[in-house]
Design a protein around this ligand. Structure first.
Ligand SMILES: CC(C)(COP(=O)(O)OP(=O)(O)OC[C@H]1O[C@@H](n2cnc3c(N)ncnc32)[C@H](O)[C@@H]1OP(=O)(O)O)[C@@H](O)C(=O)NCCC(=O)NCCS
Length: 299
């Protein structure tokens, strides 16, 4: 069932502590998301205790980009979270995603949260394991930013969208973290998680080397809470393995600082050795390993 408005405080109580936020602050945050139209209660799936006053299990569908969405990890009370409970909520969420025209539906589950019941529920609801991921969380102040670099950088506002799409496609070749560019221009919004027009133009930048566009960076930061990330970094195959990755990443870090970020969150597939080496060289701090699951197209 969907979350009834009357149980918003109970939902805040359930999800607040896991995000390190006190329930009243969480409730306030949810209420302002509701008012701004960023939270639709029809996208929050819950089960209730027998007296109907407590939420026992919850999963939320969050839209990103034009046709992509993810599910927040399952949250539940001690003693709940059976394979049936989780499977049912995931199935409801999938049906809702389909109704909304979502093409890609994913969910990430930390190793510390995964249980045999959770895994069973994912399989029952038609999800498949895509990859394992490593996540990093590092204060930007202790990271290496740009010093000397041979690159010239231009924003997408300056280069135009079609060059960015070409680079996104070429830089995705042979990458375990490839972006699906078969969808056309919406690949840009899908990678950013929001429309470029509403962001600082430096959110998408092209790196030129001797006049040739060879690198691409997607950078996001929210100064209100200091969160920041590079949603995609890539170099065309002909220019990889020359140490350029470090220069590109350092420009990304300098951009995140300029955009008002203070903590750098990022991650990569466990299969992406080049990216892991880059994170290690840049002093990034690993904080979690997780599984990435995706709703199978046919299920
Ligand atoms: C990730 C990427 C940006 C790194 O750029 P790069 O210029 O190739 O990297 P560098 O030359 O600076 O090398 C970084 C380190 O990774 C190592 N490395 C590079 N490619 C590697 C590979 N395929 N396998 C293992 N290690 C690799 C390098 O040897 C280097 O480590 P070292 O200095 O300890 O030897 C580039 O490989 C790329 O564009 N990949 C495709 C897109 C992608 O996966 N992006 C990440 C998703 S967000």
């Amino acid at each position: 069932m969907h979350l009834p408005l009357s149980l918003l405080p109970a939902y805040a109580e359930l999800v607040g502590p896991v995000r390190g936020v006190e329930s009243p602050a969480m409730l306030e945050r949810l209420q302002s998301q509701l008012e701004a139209g960023d939270l639709d209660l029809a996208n929050v799936f819950v089960t209730l205790s027998p007296n109907g006053k407590e939420i026992t299990n919850a999963i939320r569908l969050v839209r990103i980009g034009q046709d992509e969405a993810f599910l927040t990890p399952w949250r539940g009370r001690e003693g709940y979270g059976t394979r049936e409970d989780i499977g049912r909520l995931l199935t409801e969420a999938r049906a809702r995603a389909r109704e909304l025209g979502v093409r890609e539906l994913g969910t990430r589950v930390h190793d510390s949260q995964m249980t045999p019941e959770y895994r069973g529920g994912l399989l029952d609801a038609g999800f498949e394991l895509v990859t394992r991921r490593i996540e990093y969380k590092t204060p930007l102040a202790q990271m290496f930013a740009e010093d000397r670099s041979n690159f010239v950088w231009r924003t997408m506002a300056e280069t135009g969208e079609s060059l960015v799409l070409d680079l996104l496609r070429d830089a995705s070749i042979d990458s375990p973290d490839a972006v699906d560019t078969s969808v056309g221009p919406s690949a840009i919004e899908n990678t950013l998680g929001e429309p470029y027009a509403g962001l600082d133009p430096r959110a998408v930048q092209v790196g030129y080397l001797e006049g040739e566009p060879v690198a691409i960076l997607f950078c996001l930061a929210t100064p209100e809470d200091g969160w920041s990330t590079i949603t995609f970094i890539g170099i065309v195959p002909s220019h990889r393995k020359r140490g350029l990755g470090l220069q590109v990443h350092r420009h990304g870090i300098a951009t995140l600082r300029a955009l008002g970020g203070s903590t750098y969150h990022d991650g990569t597939s466990e299969a992406n050795e080049a990216m892991q080496r880059l994170f290690a060289k840049q002093g990034c701090i690993e904080y979690a390993r997780m599984e990435e699951w995706r709703a199978a197209p046919t299920a």
